[in-house]
Ligand binder design. Structure first.
Ligand code: MN
Length: 716
């Protein structure tokens, strides 16, 4: 698309557009990036231009589009912000500044750079929401072109960051179109096998389902015509990543209610309910699946009626909404930012205010990993609805406790909370609430917020309030913390006969998720950072080196294999000294793994299939993303397996399903001959180690009708 066509498109939704600034921004960016090529081989300007195109799709204003064109100029070329400001004015300059990373020379580590840059992005976003909208467009185009990056590790890193940070933000801002694409593209990179499995299953089901959807819409159309209700209907399929999440929660494919659905878009509010009436009259509606998000919009502004019917033994979900609701459902905050609607900013104020609060609370965490966890909890997790005895309904994340609820009702109520009556029954403050509970908070004059509460509260609002109270009321914490710190250092020096300087400690602060020394004293003083934990941190940071030097002259101990292997595991933002293999499942190279945050704040690495952590995986609690550093892994080799089996219907499918289940990568299953009711087949598998061969043989042998499985090539 040429610049000219872009301008025509803009004029269509914004006739008053100041095209000069956009043309000028394009020319300026083109010159600034001249001579530089992207990984794809295209001139660099393609990228900012594509970002601007995405912003036009979202019908954004001139400043945003210009800033989209210019977003990489200050970071990547010799031009500075002053030049941008002088030429394009303060608004564009503010937006570009928000999108410019701080030069890496200012940081000691990548983790610190990542955290600080993200902080900067959020602070700029708080000044002008358009910053994050442009950033999302930027990220979207980077994901669209990620395959040009010829480094799998880098791809994985970008994809997991997208999934952890940007998709949740897009979700919270209601920018569903971007969210879905970001999730699907990240998912494809992070778990290609599952991605294609889901894709092919959907493709398989679709023709049959389409027939059903047509029958239903035909029926509805007739009825709508009679009642003179004008609608637009489209079929929709649940997106791959959200299907994956449902499957992760233990659901079967067939149990997912909203796999296929019909979206009905009406001309006005009243018609939504007329449409609902027709559906209720002519189809079998499943009780408990009806949700009215028109009366009670989601926190991201989403409005729609959801209801599910059962038709020919299939679940079909309806989403009913008006044109305007549909625009907001797909574009979220960007729809509010539409030029035409810019004048009426009232609704966006409230919406934006809440978003900012959540960010600020989460920011309060200091530790970047924690920040991400809270972001996810607040933005992505399912919500429950809990009410006061007076019927005032509060929306909370799942696993919210009485104390979380109390803080949602009122800060003072939280500060003095000693428990609550849940549906009339007295319960302790850490009781987790369920959807529909009626909660009466019980208070006492003498109660004060406690440090321990931070262990079980899940909302950042409660955390932030508790911390704030403690900070304000107990100023001596820093002083006390400093004294305890001095004692700990003394204890360390005596125990390990090693002197520590303040500069040594300072060099470790970011690794420990702390900002500065005062921050450290405070954490010690408030008990967040216990003396023992600090001793352990110090030991890891300063004794390890010494030990390793000694070790080289000794015989290798059993632990050395672990040490060596654990260095191949990556958990973003965590030093490998904090990682351990779990003793329960002992992952080996190439296993699908996850990290589990233990009580002493280390991360233990489990097999994804490990029984002990399934409960946590299910709730996505204390789980962090972990993966193997592929550069350091042994290359997998292709091994051919021969299979002899009964020639029964479906056996081929059973074998492939089993291989998918044990996460084994495979090629085609080829049936070489059929004879006497038997088949002889071969399949190539990518094998990483000797254990995997055994696993494959065991897994396939367990299938009904299998007579023999053997690896053909010799391994090692
Ligand atoms: Mn960019």
């Amino acid at each position: 698309m040429s610049v000219k066509r872009l301008l025509t498109k803009i004029k269509r939704y914004n006739p008053d557009s100041n095209v000069e600034i956009i043309i000028d921004a394009y020319d300026f960016a083109r010159k600034a990036h001249r001579g530089v090529k992207r990984k794809s081989g295209e001139p660099y300007i393609f990228h900012p231009f594509e970002v601007a195109k995405i912003l036009v799709e979202y019908k954004m204003d001139d400043y945003s589009i210009a800033a989209g064109m210019l977003h990489d100029v200050v970071e990547d070329t010799s031009y500075d912000l002053g030049t941008i400001s002088a030429r394009f004015g303060p608004t564009v300059s503010l937006l570009v500044d928000g999108l410019t990373k701080i030069a890496s020379k200012h940081f000691n580590s990548k983790t610190q750079a990542r955290a600080e840059n993200f902080r900067k992005l959020i602070l700029s976003t708080a000044k002008d929401p358009r910053v994050i909208i442009i950033k999302l467009a930027d990220r979207l185009h980077n994901m669209q072109t990620i395959y040009y990056i010829n480094n799998e590790k880098k791809q994985v890193q970008i994809a997991s960051e997208t999934l952890e940070i940007y998709a949740p933000i897009a979700h919270r801002l209601g920018m569903n179109l971007i969210k879905v694409e970001l999730e699907n593209r990240s998912f494809q990179i992070l778990n290609g096998a599952k991605f294609y499995e889901i894709a092919s299953k959907l493709r398989f089901l679709y023709p049959e389902r389409e027939k059903i959807l047509m029958q239903i819409t035909d029926r509805l159309k007739r009825e709508f015509k009679k009642q003179k209700v004008k609608t637009r209907m489209k079929y929709r399929t649940k997106h791959y990543y959200s299907i994956y999440k449902k499957l992760q929660k233990g659901k079967e494919f067939g149990e997912i209610y909203d796999l296929f659905g019909i979206r009905i878009i009406t001309e006005n509010y009243e018609d939504c309910y007329r449409v609902l009436g027709v559906i209720n009259k002519y189809f079998t509606v499943i009780s408990g699946r009806y949700k009215d998000f028109i009366i009670k919009p989601k926190p991201n502004g989403y409005q729609s009626i959801h209801t599910t019917i059962i038709y020919e033994n299939r679940y079909i979900e309806f989403q009913i909404r008006t044109e305007k609701m549909d625009r907001i459902a797909e574009r979220g905050i960007a729809a509010h930012w539409n030029y035409k609607e810019l004048s009426q900013q009232k609704p966006i104020d409230k919406f934006w205010g809440e978003f900012k609060h959540v960010l600020e609370w989460a920011m309060d965490e200091g530790d970047f990993q924690k920040f991400l966890r809270y972001l996810k909890l607040e933005f992505i997790e399912d919500r429950i609805y809990v009410s006061t005895p007076a019927g005032d309904v509060k929306e909370l994340p799942v696993r919210a406790t009485i104390i979380d609820f109390a803080y949602y009702v009122h800060t003072e109520l939280g500060n003095h909370c000693i428990g609550g009556k849940v549906n009339g029954k007295m319960s302790s403050i850490d009781t987790q609430l369920q959807n529909g509970d009626i909660v009466e908070v019980v208070t006492s004059e003498n109660q004060k917020p406690k440090i321990d509460w931070l262990e079980f509260v899940v909302t950042s609002r409660a955390r932030s309030s508790i911390k704030k109270w403690i900070k304000e009321n107990e100023t001596e914490f820093v002083v006390r913390g400093k004294a305890m710190f001095d004692e700990t250092i003394k204890a360390f020096e005596e125990k390990y006969h090693q002197k520590l300087m303040v500069s040594d400690i300072k060099s470790q602060l970011t690794n420990w998720g702390l900002k500065d020394m005062e921050n450290l004293y405070e954490d010690i003083g408030t008990g967040v950072f216990t003396k023992n934990r600090m001793l352990e941190y110090l030991r890891q940071a300063f004794v390890q080196r010494k030990k390793q030097k000694k070790k080289t002259s000794k015989k290798p101990a059993a632990d050395d294999y672990d040490d060596n292997l654990i260095s191949k595991v990556i958990v973003e933002g965590i030093d490998s000294s904090q990682l351990r293999f779990a003793k329960c499942c002992m992952p080996v190279e190439g296993d699908e793994i996850v990290g589990f945050v233990t009580y002493n704040h280390k991360i233990s690495i489990h097999k994804k299939s490990c029984k002990t952590i399934q409960r946590y995986i299910k709730n996505d609690e204390r789980i962090v993303y972990a993966y193997w550093d592929r550069d350091k892994l042994v290359k997998k080799i292709s091994v051919e397996f021969e299979i002899r089996a009964e020639d029964r219907y479906g056996i081929k499918n059973d074998i492939l399903k089993k291989l998918v289940k044990i996460n084994q990568e495979f090629g085609d299953l080829e049936i070489k001959k059929r004879k006497g009711g038997m088949i002889f087949a071969k399949i190539n598998l990518l094998i990483s180690n000797i254990n995997a061969i055994e696993d494959v043989v065991n897994a396939i042998s367990g299938i009904e009708g299998i007579l023999e499985v053997k690896p053909k090539s010799k391994f090692i």
